[in-house]
Design a protein around this ligand. Sequence first.
Ligand code: AMP
Length: 213
Amino acid sequence: MRLLLLGPPGSGKGTQAQLLAARQGAVHISTGDMLRAAQAAGTPLGLQAKKYMDAGKLVPDDLVSDTVAEKFRCERPATFLMDGYPRTIVQAEAFDTLLAELKLPLEAAVLIDVPDEEIAHRITGRLTCSNCKATFHKTNRPPKVEGRCDVCGHSPLIQRPDDTLAVIEQRLKTYHSQTAELVGYYRARGLLRTVDGKGDVEAIYRQIVSALG
Ligand code: AMP
């Protein structure tokens, strides 16, 4: 399985990538997680990325593409699930070049389609495990024990600093102005599959698996 997940922030890319990775064995690559880890470690990449992330804007293409290329060249994952990369046409072109160099052709780009109206509710209620990154929702998918992750044990759940209403409005704007055009990019290459991202996590998972044939 070599695929990438497209969709607005809060469409469930991370949740579906975690399920696909656990059940199908592909490597889950989240550029958001990589950038947050770089920030936590205080690396130059993390320090540069912080101001863009806090404002709901995209980190410059070359920084993100270089980070992804380094990971691929080191780890050469035979199968992968991209979650949050590419996010611009420039990144998509850089990724195509990288995959051609490594002889790892992309099999599909799956768009998880969710209307904007639903995004704000999802994101402002989202809780993320500080340890394993599993996500929950205050009302739609509460953890068994309040404030604690029931996937990896009892690590504290946190609200990401960019999961606030003010930042989500900017993140949606960024998505529509810079990322949504990737739908046409992958459609033109015959790689686009679209699933309805409203509803139950397991139902969306089944749609993705059947869309991949
Ligand atoms: P995510 O966890 O995928 O929602 O990403 C959180 C934030 O990290 C985004 O709002 C961007 O600021 C930054 N980010 C993640 N992936 C990328 C990317 N491919 N290109 C640019 N910025 C990114």
